[in-house]
Design a protein around this ligand. Structure first.
Ligand SMILES: [Cu+2]
Length: 701
């Protein structure tokens, strides 16, 4: 699995060149590749000199204040420091920074890593190239991507913050492939902290170790190291996404869309354009700083309130309303723009890539015809507004046939009534502009500074002013387009989820008596495959494993053979939980408020159930899901609210142990487990910075 790509460790690839070069390897011409390589090396060399120079100066000025200054990427770490402490170092004029010219950065050290003109990904990257991906004669191929992970200062909405990005761009690149293709993504981790990547909703049948879940299927990729993920996309199509699965890290910028095309997918001839619309809550600080505060004993389980929201990484904040501890410059910020030529139909693939907030979304004067949920094609049904919880996806078809206007607001509103302090969020709504035109060749976007040739902004009104008050899944009749009746269950497993805050102990999330504490250096999968001789595999019965795992610090549910398993979860907490099962789709047999009445259990219809991979467990509510354990491996089942997951609301499902026990895991992946930097950036690894009282009762095994 070692990288075969030729980038040198210091040559940070130019995102666009590298990415497209790999994506379109077949068309790439050697000459231009070589030229771009040379340019890259020149730029990298120049940048290295600047980095060294700047890092030297910083060492003198703020080095004494940094506790972990032995890292390779001092510059990036310092810029985080400068930002979060409200350094008075001025943000250099973004207009003067042309492309990759970092000259002016030298004058303003803390921001020398800032890339105002380049970090924002071009919107056209999220427009899918539908026509060439369809047809019955397509041959499976390998899609290659090269990603360099690094720490970057950026201001998606105007507010400068430290971020962790893929190829220095935000949000991450689109992975687009056909069913049966192989996707190969090489990660070069050049960031300060460890990382990993999970491919949300992908089955990974036969390659569970590519699932990317730290503590469960792999040890983190340490800083300075590389790893190549490779998996096939057999047996599925639709809208997915990928994200870091290392603590709360993805919310700092490590996520992006993943779309699988297939001739099997119904209705793909119904729309003219096909595009990604990612919705996300957004924080102005690194997530792990928020995590410390959240898990503090006096926190009363108050999740960090988002500072705002973004669509495809974009929003415009009014800097005069931003806390002065942040640096804010909105002259280059913009709203997301979506182009839907009039008179035709268009597919929008909504993905909630956020950390915490469920969104209610609507497009003024247009119905949203829902045709897909989490990779399951649906019998179409139309809505004016729809709810989308963290990690869920919905595709909708929009008919661009309104005669009242040519531009419309797409409104996405965080359902802040589900926040611990509903009024604490300054701007719960984020908007994008939907235009009845083709994307301009040279896109002129409305910016806060207002240029003379901006396109007009919409003046349309929302469908209604009532806002959602409850966090739950989209109400309605979401039925698979292709009938998929649920099987008869073989076993039922009951989970009780709640949060417990002991005296002076951290706030923890529980399934029954278990709160997941990741052992980052000894992932669950390694324990059942590498050490198989020690596994009392015949002795350990089906059900919760007690011999190999401490059931109170990491519940692993073992299921032998291929079975239809029911998980019934009652939620004894007021917060909702978007529950996600890795490696599987499940039937949503029942869900709602209150608690499930077992007398109904045998009367649930098996037909017409929605099949998806992320379902909302309502506050003080229940959900009953059913799935087939035909995919061998160790699969996380967890709340996708990053705060809840890190507080322990996670468990693992161990399927087909008779197959898994014979696996040999990739040696480079196993090697990370003994790497000295494998846990850099993890909560427990840096707990010397956490007050003593926070650490109580947080002991590891
Ligand atoms: Cu949760």
């Amino acid at each position: 699995m070692a990288s075969t790509l030729k980038a040198s460790p210091t040559a940070i690839p130019q995102h666009k060149d590298e990415e497209e070069g790999h994506q379109k390897a077949a068309e790439a011409d050697d000459v231009s590749m070589a030229r771009s390589d040379m340019e890259l090396k020149k730029k990298a060399l120049f940048r290295s000199v600047l980095l060294l120079l700047a890092a030297g100066i910083i060492t003198i000025t703020v080095g004494a204040l940094l506790t972990r200054f032995d890292k390779a990427f001092q510059l990036q770490y310092s810029s985080k420091f400068a930002i979060s402490k409200g350094s008075s170092t001025p943000l250099h004029n973004s207009h003067s920074n042309n492309n990759n010219n970092h000259n002016d950065g030298v004058q303003n050290i803390s921001m020398s890593d800032f890339k105002p003109a380049t970090f924002r990904r071009n919107s056209s990257d999220y427009v899918l190239s539908a026509p060439k991906w369809t047809g019955d004669n397509i041959q499976p191929r390998t899609r290659e991507y090269l990603w360099v992970i690094s720490d970057v200062a950026a201001n998606p909405d105007g507010v400068m913050r430290p971020m962790i990005l893929i190829n220095e761009q935000f949000p991450g690149p689109l992975i687009e492939c056909n069913e049966n293709d192989v996707v190969r993504v090489t990660i070069h981790n050049r960031a300060t902290n460890a990382t990993s990547f999970h491919w949300h909703g992908l089955f990974h049948n036969g390659s569970n170790w590519m699932d990317g879940t730290t503590g469960i299927t792999q040890c983190p990729i340490p800083p300075g190291e590389s790893y190549t993920y490779e998996f096939n996309t057999t047996g599925q199509y639709g809208t997915y996404w990928y994200h870091s699965h290392f603590s709360t890290q993805y919310t700092d910028g490590l996520f992006g869309p993943l779309v699988i095309h297939s001739p099997r997918e119904p209705g793909t001839n119904r729309y003219k354009t096909d595009q990604i619309v990612m919705l996300h809550d957004h924080y102005h600080d690194l997530s792990r700083n928020k995590l410390y505060k959240y898990m503090a004993p006096d926190g009363e389980n108050e999740e960090p309130i988002p500072d705002g929201a973004l669509i495809n990484g974009r929003n415009i904040r009014n800097c005069s309303t931003i806390d002065k501890k942040y640096q804010c410059n909105n002259t280059e910020t913009e709203l997301a723009e979506i182009y839907t030529p009039s008179g035709s139909s268009h597919r929008l693939r909504f993905i909630n890539v956020g950390a915490f907030a469920e969104f209610e979304l609507g497009l003024d004067e247009h119905a949203l015809e829902v045709i897909e949920a989490d990779g399951t094609a649906l019998a179409p049904s139309s809505y004016h507004k729809l709810n989308i919880n963290v990690a869920q996806r919905y595709s909708v078809i929009v008919n661009a046939t309104s005669t009242t206007a040519s531009e419309f607001w797409l409104r996405a509103r965080m359902i802040n009534h589900c926040f611990s302090k509903p009024s604490a969020v300054a701007e719960p709504e984020v908007r994008a502009v939907v235009r009845y035109s083709a994307a301009p060749v040279s896109q002129t976007k409305p910016t806060a500074s207002g240029s003379m040739d901006v396109l007009p902004l919409p003046t349309t009104q929302p469908w209604d002013s009532n806002i959602a008050l409850i966090c739950k899944d989209l109400d309605g009749k979401l039925e698979p387009a292709i009938p998929m009746p649920a099987p008869t269950p073989d076993m039922l497993f009951y989970l009780r989820s709640n949060f417990e805050i002991g005296n002076y102990s951290l706030s923890r999330g529980f399934f029954n008596s278990s709160t997941w504490k990741r052992d980052l250096r000894n992932p669950a999968l390694n324990r059942v495959s590498l050490q198989r001789n020690k596994v009392p595999k015949e002795l350990e019965p089906e059900g919760v494993m007690h011999d190999l795992f401490n059931a109170d610090k990491g519940m692993v549910l073992k299921v032998d053979g291929i079975k239809a398993v029911d998980l019934l979860i009652d939620n004894y907490d007021d917060g909702n939980h978007p529950m996600h099962l890795h490696g599987h789709k499940f039937w949503v047999m029942a869900s709602g408020r209150g608690y499930f009445n077992m007398s109904d259990y045998h009367n649930i219809p098996q037909k017409g159930r929605l099949v998806r991979d992320t379902v909302t467990l309502e506050g003080f509510g229940f959900v009953l899901i059913r799935f087939i354990t035909d995919n061998p491996g160790m699969w996380a089942f967890h709340c996708h609210n990053v705060w809840h997951a890190e507080a322990g609301l996670m468990m693992s499902l161990f399927t087909r142990p008779e197959i898994v026990k014979d696996w040999t895991l990739p040696s480079d992946l196993v090697g990370f487990c003994s790497h000295p930097n494998a846990t850099d950036g993890y909560f427990d690894d840096i707990k010397e910075t956490v007050p003593l009282e926070w650490r109580h009762d947080n002991g590891e095994e």
